[in-house]
Ligand binder design. Structure first.
Ligand code: C2E
Ligand code: MG
Ligand code: MG
Length: 563
């Protein structure tokens, strides 16, 4: 089988030489898994004795006789090649990695050469073990002691090679609900302790044969070699891991969101299965968490359209597709417009008008909200500077914008300076949830803004968990009562009591109390009787483009409210 360069310099003979000189064992198998060709490295690795006298020995026998590869790995290599040769794998290629010992793996690459010829390359991979046993370390998550992403990907790839249709693997991926805020609350060490507790409970909940890993952050994975009972395990994990934890003397209640993908239906490769399990996890999370979902093709379709939306949104600012619409607010005592709330609008040539409730959360996820927020602030200040004194403009601020407080402060100062708008005519609307994440940082930032003269409003009040008492520690000038309370005023007595309580407290603290989403005169009368000072809603006016603000100012609000 050996070749030298004395032969004619044709492509075929050069290819033969190259194959022969390759430092990796390369073999060609036929349909019966017999060895048709072995290059020098393969002959050396499998050794001549193992090759025997037979010109086309069975690959199985050669591997067995070489004695270099443990029986279980040998069987899995053969099962991989078997799947290839018998055409069960129609892609014509198959890659897998088998672990022989810590730090020593064999990578297998199988490629179809023709109708009944397969090339198999086996590559030994050694990772030098350093003083701390680096080879093993590279597969282990230091924090929790279970495997890492690297480990699970390899194990999954190897499991996929198994020829037995009854033992197709499943991968389960989960993360901890609200981990970010729990981590903020417990501090870094407390967060780490929770992750270790989760890993510990995971060990107890699974079988020894199941492979465990922390993929990153608060994301974990479980590989089941036989995935038939994966749904059962998923339900059990959600139940077990949702139970409270004791972390540094504190009871922490959280849950997990988990996704399951099973071979072969849910994916053919390790990365595809992991990705699909992750999509299923996200669906469980979007449904409110504390839940698990099995991957389905519709999830992949939704993920695709979400990616398209993200890509369009990234271009929207540069293409000038974003604009601001302005919705008036009216003072109930004077019946006059006091100012407008700026609301982002995205007009896409094909999608049409995309509502902010849909694209703002996407912008937050893909960290585009800072640029959109900067743009909204600048544009609102510039457009409002042309309105008559003392009309105010209110700009919505996302929680994520508060994460980089220094940048935000600078943006506010620059927007005011460049537009010439006095600080007292700018109001920033912050939702309750933005304050609960890192209350101390948020409080300090809001105080700085307040000192600059900017007004601060708490938006959608009543939808979060903050208590009325907490309100006092923040420098709020206004409270905006969420429109869900206003819309249920007619039907629900509790809503009325809540609106009254918020209005009494807010007015007592000298704040403006705005009822959002007022659509009818009856609602306006009720919120006025309950003590709200201002209203906003379709009754007064829908959000309009900047060019229509002046026309709206000319309208007589008393007609709308009192007729
Ligand atoms: P929000 O700040 O609470 O704004 C009020 C929302 O209620 C607006 O929806 C407004 O059009 C709608 N609305 C006002 N009056 C009525 C009414 O009488 N009935 C009903 N059914 N709805 C009414 P929009 O414009 O779709 O905005 C939705 C949310 O998107 C906003 O809620 C705000 O949280 C967010 N948003 C909008 N623009 C921006 C922005 O520039 N930055 C950030 N961070 N968020 C924004
Ligand atoms: Mg708002
Ligand atoms: Mg609101």
């Amino acid at each position: 089988m050996s070749l030298t360069l004395d032969e004619p310099d044709t492509f075929a003979s050069l290819a033969d030489c190259a194959l022969e000189q390759m430092p990796y064992p390369v073999v060609v198998l036929d349909r019966d898994l017999r060895l048709r060709l072995a290059n020098a490295a393969a002959r050396e690795r499998l050794d001549a004795v193992a090759m025997g006298e037979d010109p086309c020995p069975p690959f199985d026998a050669v591997l067995a006789r070489s004695g270099r590869i443990p029986a279980d790995v040998r069987l899995r290599i053969l099962s991989c090649c078997g799947a290839e040769v018998r055409g069960r794998n129609t892609r014509g290629r198959h890659d897998a990695v088998f672990s022989l010992s810590p730090g020593h793996t064999i990578a297998l690459f199988a490629r179809r050469l023709g109708p009944d010829r397969w090339m198999v390359v086996l590559e030994d991979r050694h990772r030098a073990a350093g003083p701390g046993g680096e080879a093993e370390e590279s597969h282990r998550d230091r924090l929790t002691g279970i495997g890492n992403r690297h480990h699970i990907e390899k194990q999954l790839a190897a499991a996929l090679c198994d020829d037995d249709p009854d033992s197709q693997p499943a991968i389960l991926v989960f993360d901890i609900d609200r981990f970010r805020s729990i981590n903020d609350h417990l501090g870094r060490n407390g967060g780490d302790a929770l992750l270790r507790a989760v890993a510990g409970r995971l060990r107890h909940a699974t079988r020894d044969a199941d492979q465990l890993a922390r993929l990153e952050g608060d994301q974990f994975a479980v590989l089941q070699h036989n995935g038939q009972s994966a749904d059962h395990l998923a339900a059990r994990l959600v139940d077990l891991l949702n139970r409270p934890y004791l972390v540094r003397g504190e009871v922490v209640t959280s849950g997990i969101s988990l996704g399951v993908a099973r071979a072969p239906g849910d994916g053919a490769t390790a990365s595809e299965l992991l990705h699909h399990a992750d999509l299923a996890r996200r669906e469980a999370k979007d449904a409110g968490g504390h839940a698990w979902r099995r991957f389905g093709q519709s999830m992949a379709d939704r993920a695709r359209s979400r990616l398209d939306l993200e890509s369009d949104l990234r271009k929207a600012l540069a293409l000038g597709q974003l604009s601001l619409a302005y919705q008036p607010k009216v003072n109930l005592r004077t019946r006059a417009v006091t100012g407008f709330e700026a609301l982002a609008r995205w007009t896409h040539p094909k999608r049409g008008m995309v509502p902010p409730a849909l694209f703002i959360p996407v912008a937050e996820d893909i960290r585009l909200i800072a640029s959109i927020g900067d743009w909204a602030l600048r544009t609102a200040c510039q457009e409002a500077a042309a309105w008559p004194e003392p009309l105010t403009v209110a700009v919505n601020v996302s929680a994520r914008q508060l994460d980089d407080g220094q940048h935000f402060l600078t943006q506010v100062a620059v927007s005011l300076r460049e537009s010439g708008l006095p600080a007292r005519r700018l109001e920033l609307e912050i939702t309750e949830s933005a304050l609960t994440r890192r209350p101390d940082e948020a409080r300090a930032l809001l105080r700085d803004l307040h000192e600059m003269g900017v007004r601060i409003a708490i938006d959608d009040f009543g939808t979060g968990y903050s208590s009325l008492g907490q309100l006092r520690t923040f420098p709020f000038d206004s409270i905006k009562i969420d429109r869900s309370f206003v819309s249920s005023l007619d039907s629900d007595h509790d809503s009325g009591a809540l609106v009254r309580a918020i209005a009494t407290l807010g007015s007592g603290l000298g704040m403006t109390v705005i009822a959002e989403g007022v659509e009818t005169r009856n609602q306006a009368r009720m919120v006025e009787a309950d003590g709200c000072t201002d209203i906003q809603g379709f009754l007064i006016g829908r959000p309009v483009p900047a060019a229509e603000v002046r026309a709206l100012l000319a309208r007589n609000m008393s007609d709308l409210l009192d007729a």
